[in-house]
Design a protein around this ligand. Structure first.
Ligand code: IVH
Length: 712
């Protein structure tokens, strides 16, 4: 959640604090990306997500050294989930920067003017259109025939959903018109109308199927089906608005391209308009916002694109965003309703989250019955930055409140209508005991700075049943043990039956099965049980980073786990260090602190985890069941060991990620910005400011070819 009660102004952060917060934000944002892009199940609102992202980017702006090639600023979306085959996009699918205010729009136009060296008097035509809250898609046509369809994925590699896309009426199998370009990638947004979404959910409810939170999730869920027949039964539309690889450009402007898409048989947004000044852009934004509720598809803003394509090409990109386009977002949608009750849920890490039970109300076409209240302070109306409730307003059961939903799943309470407060309404008392059957004490989290944090946690750690089951789910998840046939559903069943209460018991399941008789359970047969045991056996060997991630240490996401695994090399080394840290050994703390991407938050979490005897027991029993493979140690004998390198421009032989992994394996440190300390800049075609920086500092510049020669 975007709750940073103690967060400092960016200007006041020390370098160390910035490093630690940057890493923590990176893990948090990656997790939300996963939930949004792969599970189609976001947990926070777009506004909260944007706030996290903004802070992350501001930190990078002040401390450019933190911006490495793996930085989120260089990525879009999340890597493909593995459910579908992968497709490498011929031209990356990028994202859009956001504008939230008129000033942001003015800055955007000003930047373009400066970049193109246009005088104030020279008009710039923009093609403006609604920003559809759907799923971006790249459709590849060769000789006019549809050959593949891919989701955006992480921007470089998406998922192959061709079979599913072929079932959409809105996507032509063959481009209309006589002379289609030999290669043409049409890009746009797959969406579901609001009315179809409501009908689908009604049907799903009747048949006991998955209920979707909003039209975007239902479009994503409908498209990411293994069986195209299911996709075919779901009404999905498509608006074309862009292109990827194309052998012949049929037009010179964005609006001309839209016209051409229409002649090919695509729908384009009928509200698209040419605007020639900031004032016209703003007017367009206001006009579309007024029509928003009446439109039958969800939009979350409007997009402005420089109409002339030659200008788009000159303007190019900054990181993952084009300089020639921007998304001007709408403020969230709001409604008024009454709080009927407040419930508390316990997450994997024991964090207690209060939720308001509401009198059902429609916000932007979606019926809302719950809203997150974040934490105790939020209910008390004690604000910090990033929080949206009005300062000093507490929330009580019986209150009339204003809730907000921003194209998201979990709406939030943003204000209380004090005039309507019933006389009998009393300030809410946050529970002192966990709702789990242990009724353990609830404690307020301490921040790295030693202050009281906003979050309340159950002190029961893994003894708390809520935490245990969530821990088990994380343990078997895709980026942890990833055991085929053992997903959340099975874990819930095994836990309920008392067969698996902690990770080690997954591995003793087979030997206990004579008594358990899993094959007699509904949904299991002899073959599936045999397969399950085989996949469990196959996972008795596990790479160190996955193992560390699977332990479920707070703040240790997969990226951090990898950094720890690379830093320590072996389980023994990591485990010894963790035990020492738990005992307060300062040398061990300093060692961990010296690792790239690791800061106070992670160290504190390792300390708490291994300081708890229950956790140490879980780990000990688990390590008896599995073999943990050493991580690849970076080499110290290569020519680039200990050197700092920066990759810039396009690489032709390998991807950026591969280049980074390779350099790191050879013992080099990969940085995202050039400074005096940089040893090599590897520059591919299109290299810009970093190349100039390298020249300024006298840093050696290598071509991709020369780099390979150096390291081979
Ligand atoms: S133009 C270089 N136009 O918004 C990217 N994008 O937040 C140019 N989107 O990834 C994208 N409606 O999936 C464009 N009318 C529209 C859009 C649109 C929705 C999505 C698209 C993009 C995301 C960025």
């Amino acid at each position: 959640m975007a709750q940073r009660k103690t967060s400092k102004a960016i200007d006041e952060l020390t370098e160390k604090e910035a490093k630690s917060e940057h890493a923590r934000l990176e893990a948090e944002i990656s997790e939300h990306d996963q939930l949004y892009y792969q599970k189609d199940a976001p947990r926070i609102s777009d506004a909260e997500y944007d706030a996290l992202r903004r802070r992350y980017e501001e930190i990078e702006k002040r401390f450019p050294d933190l911006k490495t090639l793996t930085s989120l600023s260089m990525r879009v979306g999340a890597a493909p989930s593995g459910k579908f085959a992968k497709v490498k996009h011929a031209v990356p699918m990028l994202s859009l920067a956001n504008a939230f205010s008129e000033d942001d729009v003015r800055d955007f136009v000003g930047r373009i003017r400066r970049f193109l060296r246009l005088s104030e008097g020279e008009p710039i035509a923009f093609s403006a259109e609604p920003k559809i809250d759907g799923l971006s898609m790249s459709l590849r046509y060769e000789k006019g025939e549809l050959v593949s369809a891919a989701t955006r994925g992480d921007g470089a590699v998406g998922e192959d959903v061709t079979a599913n896309i072929r079932t959409l009426k809105a996507v032509p199998q063959r481009l209309k018109g006589r002379h289609p370009p030999s290669v043409c990638e049409v890009r746009g947004e797959v969406y579901m109308t609001k009315s179809d979404f409501l009908k689908l959910n009604a049907r799903q409810k009747e048949s006991g199927g998955q209920i979707f939170a909003n039209p975007r999730n239902s479009a994503a869920g409908s498209l990411r089906q293994k069986d195209p027949k299911i996709t075919a039964s779901r009404p999905l539309g498509f608006f074309a608005y862009g292109w990827g690889e194309i052998s012949d450009m049929p037009a010179k402007t964005q609006s001309g391209m839209a016209e051409w898409f229409k002649t090919c048989g695509f729908d384009t947004n009928p509200l698209m308009k040419i605007c020639r000044s900031v004032e016209e852009l703003i007017k367009f934004h206001v006009g579309i916002e007024e029509r928003r509720a009446k439109l039958d598809y969800d939009i979350d803003g409007v997009v402005y694109k420089v109409d002339r394509i030659d200008w788009q090409e000159r303007l190019g990109y900054v990181g993952r965003d084009p300089r020639w386009a921007i998304a001007h977002k709408f403020p969230a949608e709001r409604a008024t309703t009454v709080v009927k009750g407040i419930t508390i849920t316990v997450g994997r890490t024991g964090t207690l989250t209060p939720t308001a039970q509401l009198e059902p109300v429609t916000v932007g076409g979606v019926v809302v019955q719950n809203a997150t209240l974040h934490n105790e302070d939020y209910i008390k109306g004690i604000g910090g930055d990033g929080e949206q409730i009005r300062e000093g307003r507490d929330i009580r059961i019986g209150d009339t409140v204003i809730i907000q939903r921003a194209g998201d799943v979990i709406p939030q309470v943003v204000d209380v209508v004090i005039d309507k407060r019933p006389k009998s309404a009393k300030p809410y008392q946050f529970p002192k005991k966990c709702p789990c059957y242990l009724h353990t004490d609830i404690v307020r989290e301490t921040t790295a700075a030693g202050e009281e944090g906003a979050r309340a946690r159950c002190s029961g750690e893994f003894a708390c049943p809520f935490q245990k089951i969530e821990h088990l789910k994380l343990f078997v998840s895709r980026r942890a043990f990833d055991i085929d046939g053992l997903g959340e559903k099975q874990i819930e069943l095994f836990f309920e039956k008392g067969w698996v209460k902690e990770p080690a018991e997954i591995f003793t399941l087979e030997s206990r099965n004579k008594k358990i008789k899993l094959e007699d359970e509904e949904g299991f047969g002899e073959t599936s049980v045999r397969n399950l045991f085989t996949s469990i056996r196959n996972r008795r060997e596990i790479p160190l980073d996955r193992f560390i991630y699977a332990l479920g240490i707070r703040h240790v996401g997969d990226t951090t786990a990898l950094a720890l695994a690379r830093g320590y090399g072996s389980w023994k080394a990591f485990h010894d260090a963790a035990l020492k840290i738990a005992k307060g050994d300062e040398e061990a703390v300093a060692d961990m602190d010296s690792l790239d991407q690791i800061g106070d938050t992670v160290i504190e979490a390792v300390k708490t985890y291994f300081g708890e005897s229950h956790n140490r027991g879980i780990v000990e029993r688990l390590t008896k069941e599995v073999t943990i493979l050493d991580a690849e140690k970076p080499r110290s004998d290569s020519k680039v060991a200990g050197k700092t390198v920066v990759f810039t421009g396009a690489l032709e032989k390998i991807t950026r990620d591969e280049a980074k992994t390779m350099a790191e394996r050879l013992g080099a440190k990969v940085s995202g910005s050039v400074s005096k300390k940089t040893d090599y800049v590897i520059a591919g075609p299109g290299a810009g400011s970093k190349l100039a920086e390298a020249k300024k500092h006298g840093v050696k510049v290598l071509s991709e070819e020369e780099w390979f020669k150096l390291v081979s």
